[in-house]
Write a protein that binds this ligand. Structure first.
Ligand code: ZN
Ligand code: ZN
Length: 382
């Protein structure tokens, strides 16, 4: 009841804000064309396979420009890019039509700083799915700064500022002129405009919007519950890897979002590949012991919550808490020793050091197995 009143208050609050007509026209205009003219033209004339391939490549270019460029490079400075790559992202980002690097990054930095604060987070998930998805873009809620002060570092970057000054020309050029040109080269200019221009930009828009909406609603929280962000492997599939949003909000300066090698994170793979060719450097990574500790804390919290009202489980919970302390100790010993040995041996471990680490790792893994078994037993009781 309290929640529904709060949402009603919020929706009343939203209605009094001035409408941003240009945003409405762009977002709904492209969506309507993608839902009507694109299929109509397909039924009437058909689209050549080469046009679909081109649209797919342009989707990758514009989408990755947002995730690798706008997000991980410029908003979070999680890595550094060669100027050539920065130009590719600046142009691709204009093609994604999500405002300039300056404005996007300013909003995003505020989102991280004040996440879930309905009065300060520009796309707070606390204001509901629709608001965080695109409602925040349709009216002027006064949460985005016209002259942002939190992106001074980016204002010193000539590529970023060139894009800022020429954004309209770049956005129109890449969304209309370029798709027409590519379409014409492939024998169907209008088909090119519809697929590479309109359909592609709508898919890129909503892919990004889902990170602000669904990735704060749907999924689990393995690393922290201090914010609403969620990890969601399904969402990662169509957001270039940004679905691991709980990890991202917990360790925002990490260039990865999906940290396991099998996590679908093409943005991470692009950055890694670029570093092999000298186009990326300074890739920032969270120390593994911090990640493991955060996960462990969340697991303990989940078990404590589950057994809170169960008298029978109280004794076992106390054992689990002891086990937690021991496992924490083993984790710290293993990762601490690993770091020390790598430093002493200048990143090349000899046989003796490798053996020592192997033993420490095995004893940590043994403790981890014990921990999981105990949790399972406890959860079976509760
Ligand atoms: Zn972020
Ligand atoms: Zn977020």
């Amino acid at each position: 009841m309290a929640n529904s009143c709060k949402l009603k208050d919020l929706s009343r609050m939203n209605k009094n804000k001035p409408v941003l007509w240009l945003n409405n026209i762009v977002l709904f205009g492209t969506l309507i064309i993608a839902l009507t003219a694109v299929p109509w033209y397909g039924f009437e004339h058909g689209y050549a396979g080469s046009l679909w391939i081109a649209a797919f490549l342009f989707w990758g270019w514009s989408g990755l420009s947002i995730t690798a460029g706008y997000h991980r490079l410029w908003s979070h400075r999680a890595w550094q890019a060669h100027p050539l790559l920065q130009w590719v992202f600046a142009i691709g980002g204009a093609m994604a039509m999500q405002n300039t690097i300056i404005h996007w990054c300013s909003d995003h930095r505020v989102h991280h700083k004040h996440v879930d604060n309905n009065d300060r987070d520009p796309y707070s998930a606390g204001r509901g799915f629709w608001f965080s998805h695109m409602g925040w873009l349709l009216r002027d809620h006064g949460l985005s700064e016209a002259e942002p002060s939190n992106v001074r570092d980016l204002q010193k970057n000539p590529i970023v500022m060139f894009q800022h000054r020429h954004y309209i020309a770049l956005a129109l050029g890449t969304n209309i002129a370029l798709p027409l040109l590519v379409g014409a080269l492939l024998g169907d200019a209008l088909g090119g405009l519809l697929l590479i221009g309109f359909l592609r930009v709508v898919i890129v828009h909503h892919g990004t919007f889902f990170i602000n909406s669904l990735a704060h609603i749907w999924g689990n929280q393995p690393y922290s519950d201090a914010h609403s962000s969620k990890d969601n492997g399904v969402l990662a599939l169509f957001t270039f890897g940004e679905g691991y949003h709980n990890f991202h909000h917990t360790f925002e300066y990490d260039y990865r979002n999906g940290i396991k090698w099998w996590h679908f994170d093409p943005t991470k793979w692009l950055i890694q590949l670029s570093s092999k060719f000298g186009l990326a450097s300074g890739l920032r990574q969270t120390p593994q012991d911090r990640i493991e500790t955060a996960k462990l804390k969340m697991q303990l919290r989940a078990s404590q919550l589950r057994c809170a009202s169960n008298q029978q489980a109280a004794e076992m919970l106390a054992t689990l808490e002891l086990e937690y302390e021991q496992l924490l100790q083993r984790l710290q010993t293993y990762y601490g020793e690993k770091q020390r040995l790598l430093k002493v041996n200048k990143h090349k471990l000899d046989r003796k050091a490798r053996q020592q680490l192997k033993e420490l790792r095995q004893s940590m893994q043994q403790q981890q197995r014990q921990w999981q078994q105990l949790r399972q037993q406890l959860h079976a009781m509760a």
